[in-house]
Design a protein around this ligand. Sequence first.
Ligand code: NAG
Ligand code: NAG
Ligand code: NAG
Ligand code: NAG
Ligand code: NAG
Ligand code: NAG
Ligand code: NAG
Ligand code: NAG
Ligand code: NAG
Length: 496
Amino acid sequence: MFTGLFGPLALCIQAVFARNGNAMRAPIAPIPRIYNDGPVMSRNGTQLPPYSPIILSTPGEGNAEPFTGYLTNGTINGQIAQQQNGSTIVLEHRYYGLSNPVPNLSGKNLRYHTIHQAIEDLVYFANNVDLPQMNGAGLSPATAPWILIGGSYSGALTSWTMVNHPDVFWAGYASSAVVEAILDYWSYFEIIREFMPANCSADIAVVIAYVDEVFSSSDTLTHLDDVAGVRNNLWDWQSLQPETGPGAKFFESCDALEVKNGVNAPATGWGLENALSAWGSFWNSSYIDFLCGEEGVVDCLGTYNPNSTYFTSTALDNADRSWTWIICNEVGFLQEGPPPAGDLSAIVTRIVQPDYDIRQCAYMFSDVFASPADVPTAAGIANVNSAYKGWNISVDRLFFANGQRDPWRASTVSADGVDRPSTETQPIAIGNGFHTSDLLTANGRVDPTVLAVQNEALAYMKIWLAEWTPPSISPKREEPYSRKVNSSRFFKGIVV
Ligand SMILES: *[C@@H]1O[C@H](CO)[C@@H](O)[C@H](O)[C@H]1NC(C)=O
Ligand SMILES: *[C@@H]1O[C@H](CO)[C@@H](O)[C@H](O)[C@H]1NC(C)=O
Ligand SMILES: *[C@@H]1O[C@H](CO)[C@@H](O)[C@H](O)[C@H]1NC(C)=O
Ligand SMILES: *[C@@H]1O[C@H](CO)[C@@H](O)[C@H](O)[C@H]1NC(C)=O
Ligand SMILES: *[C@@H]1O[C@H](CO)[C@@H](O)[C@H](O)[C@H]1NC(C)=O
Ligand SMILES: *[C@@H]1O[C@H](CO)[C@@H](O)[C@H](O)[C@H]1NC(C)=O
Ligand SMILES: *[C@@H]1O[C@H](CO)[C@@H](O)[C@H](O)[C@H]1NC(C)=O
Ligand SMILES: *[C@@H]1O[C@H](CO)[C@@H](O)[C@H](O)[C@H]1NC(C)=O
Ligand SMILES: *[C@@H]1O[C@H](CO)[C@@H](O)[C@H](O)[C@H]1NC(C)=O
């Protein structure tokens, strides 16, 4: 009965083979386009007085190659460099891209893939790098102001680094920084529900309510929770930006649900019957191809085969795998349905709860976790929040930038109910942007609230850099583990 109405969903339920379409979205910074006016004029290695800042950022959980736009004034990094006569650096994070101290990403080999080691990498780099410019070896935080910038996970890393090593980076900029690690991060979808078109959320909610009812009364179907695959339509929200043009994937699914014979549904949607068939045929006719390509939907969305290459391949430069390690061990951020007993209307099935993802941690890193019970997510989260202070962060000269429509906002200092005040030493600016919108210059051009966030940051940087004096004590030169084996790649630009 269910199959006929909503084929693709039913197929997901029977999934027994491989997958990856169900992998959770990492909170990653956006890749900027490089404009013709992109890599701004090079001063060819000269240093202008009095103190040109060095602006460091890591893209976080990804190969750094596509992120070299962060060397240019297409980003806030380059704008700060331009205003302050600084240099920009993009540093690849350990265990991503080609920056690996190990030959493969087996669980055992990821032992030193920790937030603490990543912090030590940034500190070690700043203290020891020999930059390819005049006096390049003499530009450590002891002699020049360093600014750490990050967005999303790397925004959190910016905050965590400044908590852990307050004397290294003179100033920081943390965009959409997911500072508080959270196990069951169902708020991710709640923020989307709040800001998406009302008719679309209403219709998705009736389908999900129906699905949950059918599934909870069924005892013949197995792997019900792989219906989690429909989270994909909602994850598409994360790639929206103020400058996103029409035709974004997210709105394609809403249009499929809400436009019937050329007419838009009212705010209450069209209701269950239309939603089931319209959503089903959208998946059938285009979305499955988009998501899964040649791979069958079962292989692409199923999560119950521990032998699928998604779980077993340990090849390097697999950001999903390296990030999953951090999810499983330190931050959680499991993007699930709302709590089972709540009365919120759900746009993601309540069947999907943390166990669904913790089970997959055990599949992926079976060489270190014998069963889901061995996966230390909750303990890791407690350690991270206690070590790096989460929402309670309080350091000097750290600028937080957030966006109202960012599904990650609930873990940032702009989370509803957290009420962190914005102060002169730790300002918090929020615009109407999405995830890390303020990092990209282009978003400020189309959204004045994002531009205001960027301008406020530039003003603070001007004040803070004018206050810089060389520190009285030199920061420690502690060597992180991977440095002994290999070093991270870095890309550099010099900006006037
Ligand atoms: C970026 O740099 C280019 C060339 O140096 C310049 O023309 C452009 O105005 C700059 N953009 C911004 C936003 O400052
Ligand atoms: C940079 O300066 C060096 C030394 O003065 C010179 O040899 C080189 O051609 C310059 N490069 C560029 C791109 O201007
Ligand atoms: C940047 O360099 C220009 C040109 O030398 C100079 O006029 C300006 O004062 C410098 N700005 C800062 C913040 O150092
Ligand atoms: C260090 O990384 C480079 C580039 O990925 C690689 O070619 C080299 O073999 C690595 N060295 C060690 C000791 O792992
Ligand atoms: C991964 O690398 C280790 C050495 O660090 C090696 O012993 C192991 O066999 C490799 N595993 C796989 C699955 O390639
Ligand atoms: C209803 O759906 C259409 C098509 O997706 C959308 O353009 C419109 O903004 C929605 N209206 C409301 C009130 O949600
Ligand atoms: C989608 O495709 C499946 C399998 O081909 C089919 O059984 C189902 O009826 C289709 N559903 C819709 C809504 O088109
Ligand atoms: C996975 O592979 C192992 C070893 O080859 C085998 O024992 C096990 O039955 C397989 N599991 C599944 C679900 O196919
Ligand atoms: C933040 O402070 C509150 C109130 O003191 C405390 O209950 C909470 O555990 C702290 N959170 C973290 C992550 O340190």
